[in-house]
Design a protein. Structure first.
Length: 421
């Protein structure tokens, strides 16, 4: 019998902040999106006082002041490193693990059926907490979809103490009956509306629906979800992430950007970020799209993009900056205040399969060594230690993303390590 555990970090970004600032325990805490615009993570205390996910900061300013809510800017370097520590810890409990997102992982516990799975889940939970400081919830069941259901209740119900085993459990039907159809893993908004139209409002009702009807309305994907809800595993662990079809790097500006020079710097910075992701995944881009737009809520809204097909697929930052600037020049309009810019890499191919053009005069071996050195230095000493001058040399550039309340990079920057006094 297949047995899966979903391990889900509780309020992950907030939990990361609390690891290095224990005074935040028991207080309402929120973490904000880029440019400190909206709430992207909330402590349970923040949820209880009515702060919603995605709430713009200006709309909840009174709540923040009244309840002394602690506010933090996103610190992705810290969160990424803490995520890796959690996943490394989980790998000690089984070699069969799928890292589903920055704060979630599936574990295959099929060979652990002789254990008391609740006790094993508590051991996982306690070890992750002790080794990383991050609290997690563990949902266990015969399929990944049921493990997701179990994980929701493990996270929200105090009775579970953070672990719920629904494997052959008499409480399984009760849990499914209390799970809204729109909350089922794999059911999007469109399918949720469709199912409700036919009187299917919860997971138990969906599980008991006729296969033929679901196949007609939702196709093979729907039938797969049906079987998963019945305890038949149809979704195996993905030990390697599927190759991406494209990579996008973009940001909204805190203040409007008007000059071409500033836009060139912003685009160069976003190309640098995207190119690093390409190299990390062993890919090269065959096409590049650069796009810009003004504030859509203002008069004279302008949005445009330019796609360039590259003569040779590449992940070389300087080469990609060159083409992005060429595209930007074509779509830039003087006299406008731009709110957002970005680049998108498409036509991705494995870097080792890149075919040089007959007329290509670029020294690709030298380029590859330069990129390896660039990435190695930045990985060791911190992102942005080495960067292209075209991305701007100052720290207070108009287009820079605002992180006015960001905590230190406690685990990735030597000069920002916690100090004991």
């Amino acid at each position: 019998m297949s047995i899966f555990a979903l391990v889900d970090c509780n309020n992950f970004y907030v939990s990361c902040e609390r690891v290095f600032n224990p005074k935040l325990a028991g207080k309402p805490v929120v973490v904000l999106s880029n440019n400190d615009g909206c709430v992207v993570s909330r402590s349970n205390e923040a949820k209880e006082i009515g702060i919603g996910m995605g709430a713009p900061v200006f709309e909840i300013s009174r709540i923040i002041e009244k309840h002394d809510v602690q506010i933090y800017s996103s610190n992705y370097a810290l969160y990424g490193d803490m995520s890796q520590r959690v996943m490394n810890t989980l790998g000690r409990f089984t070699p069969k693990i799928e890292i589903y997102s920055i704060d979630e992982a599936f574990l295959d516990l099929s060979s652990f059926g002789y254990h008391n799975l609740t006790d094993y889940g508590q051991k996982i939970r306690a070890t992750v907490k002790q080794w990383t400081g991050i609290p997690v919830a563990v949902g266990i069941a015969e399929s990944k979809t049921l493990a997701k259901v179990a994980g929701r209740f493990a996270k929200k119900s105090d009775k579970t103490n953070g672990v719920l085993d629904l494997t052959a459990s008499p409480y399984q039907e009760h849990a499914l009956a209390r799970t809204k159809v729109g909350d089922i893993w794999g059911i999007g908004r469109r399918y949720a509306r469709l199912l409700k139209k036919y009187g299917i409002h919860n997971a138990l009702q969906l599980r008991n629906t006729d296969d033929t009807f679901i196949r007609e309305k939702m196709g093979v994907v729907g039938v797969r979800i049906l079987h998963e809800l019945r305890g038949t595993s149809c979704l195996e662990l993905q030990h390697t992430l599927p190759a991406k079809k494209g990579i996008t790097s973009s940001r909204s500006f805190k203040k409007n950007v008007e000059t071409l020079q500033e836009l060139r710097q912003a685009v160069a910075a976003y190309v640098s970020t995207g190119a690093e992701k390409l190299r990390r995944e062993g890919s090269a881009a065959g096409a590049l799209t650069v796009f810009i737009n003004t504030n859509r809520f203002k008069d004279n809204y302008y949005s445009n993009s330019e796609t360039l097909f590259l003569p040779v697929a590449t992940s070389d930052t300087s080469e990609l900056i060159h083409y992005a600037h060429r595209g930007l020049k074509k779509i830039y309009r003087e006299g406008l205040g731009y709110k957002k810019a970005g680049v998108m890499f498409t036509n991705l191919v494995p870097e080792k399969h890149v075919q040089p053009s007959l007329f290509d005069d670029r020294n690709r071996k030298r380029s590859a060594k330069l990129m390896q050195t660039l990435d190695a230095v930045n990985e060791k000493t911190g992102t942005g230690t080495l960067r292209y001058a075209g991305a701007g040399l100052g720290d207070n550039l108009r287009w820079h993303t605002a992180f006015n309340k960001r905590s230190p990079a406690y685990t990735t920057q030597w000069e920002q390590l916690p100090a004991v006094s």
